[in-house]
Design a protein around this ligand. Structure first.
Ligand code: ADP
Ligand code: ASP
Ligand code: MG
Length: 439
């Protein structure tokens, strides 16, 4: 059974929902994972923010605005009064439920409940629309089977068992609809798989039911060989290996959430990225097969800070790097890139919440310098060290750009350059010209 996930943009209006309904009703049995309508989760975050700040009036104003939008969507979506009324009542009950949280103490727990409402509404609307169309559809409540453990990680054994039980309750359904993103935690409380987590839901479900394919439908035709927002002449990449896709997803090709890769990779289930606006386009197929000797794509990640620790004490010493890393660990700050020499080490981080404390602590071990507003540009493909020449092409493309760090050899799939933010567009374009549109 295939899993199809549609993101917020793909279900962002009544018209888009109808398009999705058309796409999924081809007679094949499938599980469909939906995100909240685009903008909804951000609005629910905004509502929560007002409630944290003890401003129920502000929250109510935003709630009313969002409810008015939903009323409009409902008016447009249904052809019959019966289904329109049924869904209006359900959605109204959900908004009243959200409003009930404006009256009491507001904590992280209540916020999670509010954030879950977007996916709950989208799936209710789509299920009722399909019922109106006479489709054999069942709504599978994600809160009954999607669960994280005490470490906040999905619990695959629980998910498989409970999902199978849910499917067995409705053996005749043609389409199962369920919510992306939302789950329960180890204590049974409503929780979520982090922003953008609907892709993760699809992948976890795919692994649980041993699906033959997981499809991630969005509003762009697959992962591009460069960032279309910055570079002219980008093209969708027809095929990526899971590791290549993970590097790209992490380095800014936002089309796929990086967490989604692992469950599919381990279960050996291909993931296909498809475009709701152009359903017949081939998109990008991600699988365990590697296309040898090819560079696939270039991506960039912003808001990077580089820290250099220079120390005479590092010379011939052991344990220096451990001490440095321990400082980052103690502030729960993960390191992305690292380059070392005998007299110094440079690392990059993208979370600067504890930058001052980290720099203070590092000063015990050497002279510290910080470069902000940097950007990592990474080249992804079959870059095993025995392949000759790719490094030279990439370096050649960076000939006129000041490069602060270079990392190669960490995996078989990437070369990363750390450059200034203002050089990003130039670097992306030059890499594109050298690697894909060789002149
Ligand atoms: P969805 O609502 O479908 O889950 P997301 O907002 O999670 O959509 O992610 C898909 C969006 O990411 C696309 O609309 C696209 O505009 C954007 N995007 C950003 N960077 C890239 C990139 N390098 N390649 C493709 N898409 C990108
Ligand atoms: N609706 C959630 C978000 O906006 C999850 C998702 O769309 O993947 O983050
Ligand atoms: Mg998404």
């Amino acid at each position: 059974m295939k899993i199809l996930k549609f993101g917020g943009t793909s279900v962002g209006s009544a018209q888009r929902m109808r398009e999705v309904a058309k796409l999924i009703t081809d007679g094949e049995r499938k599980i469909v994972v939906l995100s909240a309508m685009s903008g909804t989760t951000n609005t629910l975050v905004e509502i929560s923010d007002y409630l944290y700040k003890k401003n129920p009036d502000g929250a109510n104003e935003v709630i009313n605005r969002l409810e008015a939008q939903y009323r409009k969507h409902l008016d447009e979506l249904y052809a019959t009064d019966a289904y329109k009324r049924l869904t209006q009542e359900a959605v109204k009950a959900q908004f009243d439920f959200i409003r009930s949280y404006t009256k009491d103490l507001f904590t992280l727990f209540e916020e999670k409940v509010i954030l879950a409402q977007g996916e709950l509404m989208a799936t209710c609307m789509m299920t009722n629309y399909l019922l109106e169309q006479g489709v054999k559809v069942e709504l599978l409540p994600a809160l009954e089977f999607m669960r994280t453990d005490k470490n906040g990680e999905p619990d695959p054994v629980y998910i498989k068992e409970k999902l199978e039980a849910q499917l067995e309750l409705h053996p005749d359904a043609e389409i199962y609809i369920t919510q992306g993103y939302i789950c329960r935690n180890a204590y049974g409380e409503i929780d979520n798989l982090q922003r953008g987590g609907s892709d993760y839901t699809a992948s976890l479900i795919g692994a649980a039911v041993k699906s033959e394919e997981i499809q991630i439908w969005t509003d762009i035709d697959g992962m591009h060989n460069n960032d279309p927002r910055f570079v002219t002449h980008t093209e969708p990449v027809p095929h990526l290996q899971f590791e290549e896709a993970a590097e790209l997803a992490y380095f800014g090709a936002k089309i796929l959430h990086p967490t989604c890769i692992q469950p599919a990779k381990y279960a050996n289930i291909p993931v296909r990225l498809l475009n709701t606006m152009d359903p017949s386009a081939p998109g990008t197929l991600i699988s365990n097969d590697l296309e040898p000797d090819t560079i696939k794509a270039v991506a960039a990640k912003d808001n990077i800070t580089a820290i250099r620790i220079k120390s005479g004490r590092m010379l011939l010493a052991y344990g220096f790097l451990r001490k440095v890393f321990e400082i980052f660990e103690s502030y729960q700050t993960s390191i992305d890139m690292i380059c070392t020499s005998e007299v110094g080490v440079s690392v990059t981080i993208d979370r600067v919440t504890h930058l001052n404390e980290i720099v203070d602590d590092l000063k015990k071990y050497g002279t510290v310098t910080v470069d902000r507003e940097m950007c990592i540009v990474c080249v992804v493909g079959d870059l095993k060290w025995s392949n000759v020449g790719f490094e030279a092409h990439a370096l050649d493309a960076m000939r006129d750009i000041p490069v602060r760090m270079i990392s190669f050899g960490g995996s078989n799939y990437n070369i990363s350059f750390l450059i200034k933010k203002e050089d990003k567009q130039r670097a992306l374009q030059s890499l594109s010209d050298h690697l894909f549109n060789r002149k």
